[in-house]
Unconditional design. Structure first.
Length: 242
């Protein structure tokens, strides 16, 4: 364990300079892109910003937003409205509260940014509430539903196919468990009714034990489906359909 910990620490320290270098390169490219934009060199600004995004691929999402924002500015300046809307929408997806300074931003850029915000908010408002709620709240709500009724939590998270599969599987396993329990009771009754001196007693006992084991296996499967249903509802993230 100590050796593993030492190796882990060494790797962390070894990666720190690489991470710092990557961030430094990305920041340098952003400075170059911003400088080119201010000079009216929009092609150069776009190229530097795109390169910066590639360099910042492993950085945090908020660290990449400035490149998308700058690209939006570039596309507005080049009258590429659709591209600008896409870049501004990327910013809003990561930070819906983001806004531009109306004093320091040109009216043309503000108009396109506000159009992107309007379209984005309209799209968000039209989505099911489960896609707009915090993940923790969604999972908690889904988990208690799945405790009550297997598959209900998945339906709540808009995972209809999975919810249907879980619900059907649970019904089948429960039906099989009930059938096997009836079979165990029947074979147990047959075994006891034969008496100890009957030559068929050993066979009846073997049949009873076989049915007993089968019932247990089916019971474990039924319980496993139920546990999977609950854990999936509690931990599996909501897949946001785009």
């Amino acid at each position: 364990m100590i050796r593993i910990a030492v190796v882990g620490i060494v790797l962390i320290f070894a990666m720190c300079p690489l991470y710092a270098q990557q961030r430094s390169t990305a920041d340098s490219l952003f400075d170059a892109a911003q400088s080119a934009y201010e000079d009216g060199n929009y092609d150069g600004a776009e190229l530097a910003a795109l390169r910066g995004l590639r360099e910042a691929a492993n950085l945090d999402e908020l660290g990449r937003l400035k490149y998308h924002l700058l690209l939006g500015f570039v596309y507005v300046a080049r009258d590429q409205r659709q591209n600008a809307l896409q870049e501004f929408t990327t910013v809003l997806k990561a930070n819906p509260a983001y806004d531009l300074d109306p004093v320091q931003t040109s009216p043309k850029i503000l108009e396109v940014f506000r159009a992107a915000r309007s379209d984005y908010m309209e799209k968000v408002a039209s989505e099911p509430a489960v896609f707009r709620m915090p993940q923790a709240d969604v999972r908690l709500s889904a988990s208690w539903r799945s405790l009550v009724l297997p598959g209900w939590g998945q339906f709540y998270k808009r995972q209809e196919l999975k919810g249907t599969a879980i619900a059907v599987t649970q019904v089948i396993t429960l039906a099989a468990l009930i059938f096997e329990q009836v079979e165990v009771d029947r074979r147990h009754h047959d075994y006891l009714s034969l008496g100890y001196n009957n030559p068929e007693t050993q066979r009846a006992y073997s049949d009873y034990k076989s049915a007993y084991r089968t019932r247990n296996v089916v019971g474990y499967i039924t319980l496993g489906v139920y546990i999977f249903n609950y854990v999936d509802a509690l931990y599996y993230p909501v897949s946001h359909k785009k």
